[in-house]
Design a binder for this molecule. Structure first.
Ligand code: RIB
Length: 300
């Protein structure tokens, strides 16, 4: 379905340590964990894994250290068929995320940036080449890296999708005219000062993001409420698919990748967001980040 699409992701590559517990401890409290595991993550690498599992030709652009975790993460990219020629190695440690997962599948994440913080904007931008159809970025790398790569992709007419995770203030004005910009609820709050709880607030926040970024579509990821689409005139909310939630980690990454591919295939933002919702509902029903991404067979 998506095998003819050539995509690139500029973003973070992390080793995730996932620690499960019934409830998270209060300050100064000790609780017993129920399980732990290491798994491949990082918002960029998760999105690259999702694109590749859905069949797209995928290039990853990022940085890991020449250490055990870095080598494992590169092996994982390769085993998913991802072109990792844009992944270089830096002197410091590979990025790491500590993910605390409660009994309801809700997470709290602490990220140590490590090598992700050392991506060189010019080097990364060199990998945004003419044959690409699609570029995905997130905010887990330096602002200059994101801005430089997005602007290069826009100038080449490449469909450009900005996932605004993790939540932070970001100068959207410096990258005008992307195809889709997509924050979740906390990211929307960080960017606009508005928590998108009511439909009225979803619209207000979408208008601010549209005005600041001049993106063609503003797609808010609204968790169990689904997502909203704003094109500058109309706002539409598309409900989520039902899911047995096990682990919400990387559900947003999965949504963004599936939405981006379907948008490139069909040119229809509503079909694209429906596909994003469907893919996200599968990701939350599975443990871990990159490993929870669905394949095409799960979506049709
Ligand atoms: O979006 C989920 C990801 O955020 C995790 O894989 C973790 O590495 C953090 O970057």
């Amino acid at each position: 379905m998506y095998s003819k699409i050539k995509a690139a992701v500029v973003g973070s590559i992390n080793m995730d340590i996932i620690l499960g517990m019934q409830r998270v401890p209060e300050v100064g409290e000790n609780v017993l964990g129920t399980e732990y595991s290491y798994s491949c993550g990082g918002k960029g690498a998760n999105q690259a894994s999702a694109l590749a599992k859905l069949g797209a030709g995928t290039r990853m652009i990022g940085k890991v250290a020449d250490d055990t975790n870095g080598r494992k993460l590169i092996e994982n990219l390769e085993s998913n068929g991802i072109d990792r020629s844009g992944v270089s190695t830096a002197g410091t440690q590979t990025g790491m995320a500590a993910i605390i997962l409660d009994g309801d599948g809700r997470n709290r994440i602490v990220v140590y940036e490590g090598a992700n913080a050392e991506i060189d904007p010019d080097e990364a931008a060199e990998f945004i080449t003419d044959e690409l159809d699609l570029l995905l970025v997130q905010f887990e790398t330096a602002e200059e890296v994101v801005t430089r790569c997005v602007n290069r992709a826009i100038s080449k007419g490449i469909i450009t999708v900005i996932d605004c995770g993790p939540a932070k203030q970001f100068a959207l004005e410096n990258m005008q005219g992307a195809t889709i910009i997509s924050p979740n609820e906390s990211e929307t709050l960080a960017l606009t000062g508005i928590s998108p709880d009511s439909e009225e607030d979803v619209l207000k926040a979408s208008q601010i993001i549209k005005e600041r970024s001049k993106a063609e579509y503003v797609v808010l990821k609204l968790g169990e409420r689904g997502c909203s689409i704003f094109d500058g005139n109309d706002l539409r909310i598309m409900p989520a698919y039902p899911a047995d939630v096990v682990d919400t980690t990387a559900a947003g990454d999965c949504f963004t990748a599936a939405m981006a591919l379907e948008y490139k295939r069909s040119g229809d933002i509503y079909k694209a967001c429906d596909m994003g919702n469907k893919a996200g509902s599968i990701a939350v029903s599975r443990m871990a980040a990159a490993a929870s991404m669905p394949g095409v067979e799960d979506l049709i």
